[in-house]
Design a binder for this molecule. Sequence first.
Ligand code: FPP
Length: 224
Amino acid sequence: MNPINHVAIIMDGNGRWGLKHKNSRNAGHKAGLITVEKIINITIKNNIKYLTLFAFSTENWKRPKSEINYLFNLLENFLKSKIEDLNKRNIKLNIIGFKKFPKKLNKLLIKSEKKTFKNKTLQINLALNYGSKLELINAFKNLAKNKQKISINNLSKNLLTKNIPDPDFLIRTGNTKRLSNFLLWQLAYAEIFFEKKLWPDFNERDYNKIIKNFRKIKRNFGNI
Ligand code: FPP
């Protein structure tokens, strides 16, 4: 049975869910946050140590300002109301991405990271203003600047995910089969599960089913 150390998720389908049920994309993001909380709990129940969630990509800046502001407010309120609880539950919050948010949010993100830094039960990597191509370019630039040899090991150490093991599997909800510039290097050997359901509809049963299926897969890593 495969052990599971790290799960990565592209939480797609909020907009469509919101339009369908409440005639508002933002309502879908609000509902999506409830799913985030449920998924955190199930991840802990399964004793999985890393959970990486794609919350905002470097390409998401193309969205209408009103939607971007709504997402940032949602995140801000979430951190303000839940960081104490996350901390008490020994959960570590780690932001991966290029912090470039409104000042208040930036400060709150840094404060939340500091507060939960030593926690051990689960590390949540929240990908915010994250894009894999930019991450890779930055890593190569660092290697060149520091005159380091270009190797798999050195490159990995210069990614935003340094010190984090690669994901064992990726889930993408929302009935779309693409990677959307998410963890392109780190997912090289991950199993991928494309889920038809929209993110707010994704539930404990769906997640546990994927976990069960993943455990049964024969992983060869290029071997036979
Ligand atoms: C993709 O769905 C989802 C996002 C870009 C945002 C994800 C945000 C959340 C799950 C809620 C907020 C999370 C935190 C941690 C505060 P989409 O909008 O692209 O959906 P669509 O494909 O139906 O348009």
